[in-house]
Design a protein around this ligand. Sequence first.
Ligand SMILES: [Zn+2]
Length: 297
Amino acid sequence: MAETWGHPYDSPRAFGESKNVWVITASNPGMMTGPGTNTYVVGRQDLAVIDPGPDLVDHVEAITSFGAHKIRWILVTHTHPDHAPGARRLADLTGAELLGFEARDGFVPDETIGDSFSLELPEGVLRAIYTPGHASNHLCYLFEPDGVLFSGDHVMDGSTVVIAPPDGDMKDYLASLAFLRDSTLHLASIAPGHGNKIESPRDKLDEYITHRARREAAILESLHHRSRALIEEIVSDVYVDVPDFLHPIAKYSVWAHLRKLRGDHAVEFNQSSQVEGDLRSPGPTNEELGGTWYLSS
Ligand SMILES: [Zn+2]
């Protein structure tokens, strides 16, 4: 059986010491998905499944057989193709109720949920926390009282979250990170959508915020030296610590930073334009991605 980081794909395993959380990793490893998408099963009597992942028959059947007729709810953190498409097949196999922020990207919830929605299980409560930024429809789920935060793609282990405009928004993303870090919520661990358990949630959130602040400062520094710059030029200045093959993806995060900085009146763009384009159609698909940026005077 194929393995990811020492764990067989589609094979349920306990999440750390938790008695209430299991993880099943889908066999979709890649540049954007790390070792694969983590599907979490929460509870012991009535079960909730978070992020069934892509629509992979073996994966969905592994979730179904592990759930043994006890799966009652299916929640998605957001509707990206590596997180939500398996939900329909899993619902058809189990009769479970689909819960998510909105109908989008082929995902259609039975119930639309948002910030502060809570789902009561015998072992605790799953609470939705609206965390836009990586995607505008992103929810994290906090399992209380255990303090396990199911972070989807808001926080990952081992790879950097990409913020791809226009749906991705850096200002929202930073605000969502800061909200969690500064909240009084009991956060004991993070269960990321990709990678392994994160033990010190607030340290990790702080590290993410610091990392983005450094990138933003480096982008401003690049613009200071170049006067006017294309996004790829900024990437080559700022992402010296990242292998070249990741630079086409880094363009999107730089673009997201620039849009935030424009909102802060720190930078300007040489033309106003309608924005479109996303990670599924990479390249300079519009004037913002292909045009030049400069510091506001
Ligand atoms: Zn995503």
